[in-house]
Design a protein around this ligand. Sequence first.
Ligand code: HEC
Ligand code: HEC
Length: 256
Amino acid sequence: MGVAIVGAAVDTAGVARRARPIVGAAVGLGAVAIGLGGLTGGAGGGRAESNRPQTTGANVLMGAHLFVQFACSACHGMQGRGGVSPYVPRLKQIGKALTVAQLTSIIKHGLGESANPKRPYMPVWGPVISTSQVADLVAYIRAGLPPVRDATPVPVPRAQGAAVAGSALYVRYGCINCHGPNALGGVPNPQSPDKTIPPLSGQDFRKQFNTDAKITEVIRSGSVIGKAPIASMPHWGGIIPRRDLKALVAYLKTLK
Ligand code: HEC
Ligand code: HEC
């Protein structure tokens, strides 16, 4: 039933590298036990069983995939290691410090959101994520965010033009979860004035966002349209580098 946890991880820059041993991470984590063998085995002193696949609970494995799908990793770093922005905390230790109820509440309702954000805040995910998905994310965080095979962001082709890169980045940064495939919108946001998250395509969008600068600006600044449980546009300034912003804009301009 279990799926292997692998020692190789891909960081946000897409560079494959060896995960460092997570010393002690498997100790005292309650119901979910994660073998260290699959996480170690670096130069020299790998333990005998280090190549044997380790198993863990299905909810932790799903949580690892959701952590990438919802681009938690884009802000908090792969496996919650941090290092992306000084304003986004690493999550490695948090599983021990916060209760299930606290983590659930933070993921559903966000944290630090303000009407005029100058820096990234923890988005409100409630409307776009199921109770079961939140539970899996919480299980993953409480398990110490181990690397899990294939729970890695989609690769970004960099030599095939900005729009191609942008189409991958649209998935990699999780825009697709809120704005839908092909940026068609329609994802329910029941408490918001429009009741749905807006499309990034179509005539109305093009009319209002008729320059690259306007599109770039709203991605960088975000746009808070109300308190939780309303989902707002996250602030991506300091998270998404300039060339990725350009690529996202180039991609959006190819859409209907
Ligand atoms: C746009 C960037 C961004 C994304 C995407 C994001 N976060 Fe956060 N997150 C933050 C910031 C910023 C904070 C700190 C908020 C504060 O303390 O005011 C935070 C805080 C948290 C905390 C509390 C940590 C602590 O030390 O108190 C948890 C847990 C968390 N995020 C989990 C997640 C999960 C799970 C996801 C994916 C579903 C996610 N985050 C996606 C930016 C982000
Ligand atoms: C948590 C859900 C969420 C995520 C993730 C998200 N957005 Fe948004 N976005 C929104 C909401 C809600 C609005 C509407 C804000 C408003 O009306 O002021 C919005 C607005 C926008 C707008 C302005 C369109 C308009 O009509 O207001 C652009 C452009 C945009 N988002 C691009 C992106 C891109 C690019 C990404 C990925 C990097 C992204 N968004 C990720 C929720 C999200």
